[in-house]
Design a protein around this ligand. Structure first.
Ligand code: AMP
Length: 206
């Protein structure tokens, strides 16, 4: 199954993608994780995109599309995959339709005014990539999942979050209509517990 998880930053895409890919045994492909890995390793791509990501803007389409195309051609994607954070605009969706047509698009719907608090209280694990909210883990510094080191993403600050939400509204939200018109969109209420959202996604994918 080829699945897209669509949703605003902080809607829970990463958390749900990890759970769903584990359950369905499909590859979890997060463009954000790929970019952050490049930044951490200081690759030419990483050096080029660091300031873009830190500021909350989108990386260039051509580069992003090429990275995804290459990643989807790897053997672990043969049984299907779950795209988390791609496509992020119509140009990317049109490109994707040319090399890998998705089966279902899950939209994690959440009112945008609730997002800022979700993101600014987020702590991410350097090792397993999961993220947690300070409302649940307090000020602990180690990952409850794997013991890895928790950190605050550079783009999880209020200024970048504002920009990311503006980018989402202007560029990513139109994808809802794009996939709705193809009959592939499955909206899910993401303003509830991780377990409830996960159950709803599993139901849709059955
Ligand atoms: P995420 O981890 O999905 O929130 O992505 C973090 C950042 O990576 C985004 O704010 C963008 O700067 C960049 N990024 C991730 N996916 C894409 C994409 N499909 N197109 C362009 N930029 C992206």
């Amino acid at each position: 199954m080829k699945i897209i998880l669509l949703g605003a930053p902080g809607s829970g895409k990463g958390t749900q993608a990890a759970l769903v890919s584990e359950q369905l045994k499909v590859a979890h492909i997060s463009t954000g994780d790929i970019f952050r890995d490049n930044i951490q390793r200081k690759t030419p791509i990483g050096l080029k995109i660091k300031s873009i990501i830190d500021g909350g803007d989108l990386c260039p389409d051509e580069l992003t599309i090429e990275i995804v195309k290459q990643r989807l051609s790897e053997p672990d994607c043969k049984n299907g995959y779950l795209l988390d954070g791609f496509p992020r605009n119509i140009a990317q969706a049109v490109a994707l339709d040319e090399f890998a047509v998705p089966d279902k698009v899950i939209e994690l719907a959440i009112p945008l005014y609730k997002i800022e608090r979700r993101i600014t209280g987020r702590r991410s694990c350097a090792k397993c990539k999961n993220s947690f909210h300070i409302d649940f883990i307090g000020d602990r510094k180690d990952c409850p999942n794997c013991g890895g080191e928790l950190f605050i993403r550079e783009d999880d600050n209020p200024t970048s979050v504002k920009e990311r939400l503006a980018v989402y509204k202007a560029q990513t939200e139109p994808l809802i209509e794009y996939y709705e018109s193809q009959g592939k969109l499955f909206p899910i209420d993401a303003d509830c517990s991780i377990e409830k959202v996960f159950d709803a996604i599993v139901k849709v994918l059955k």
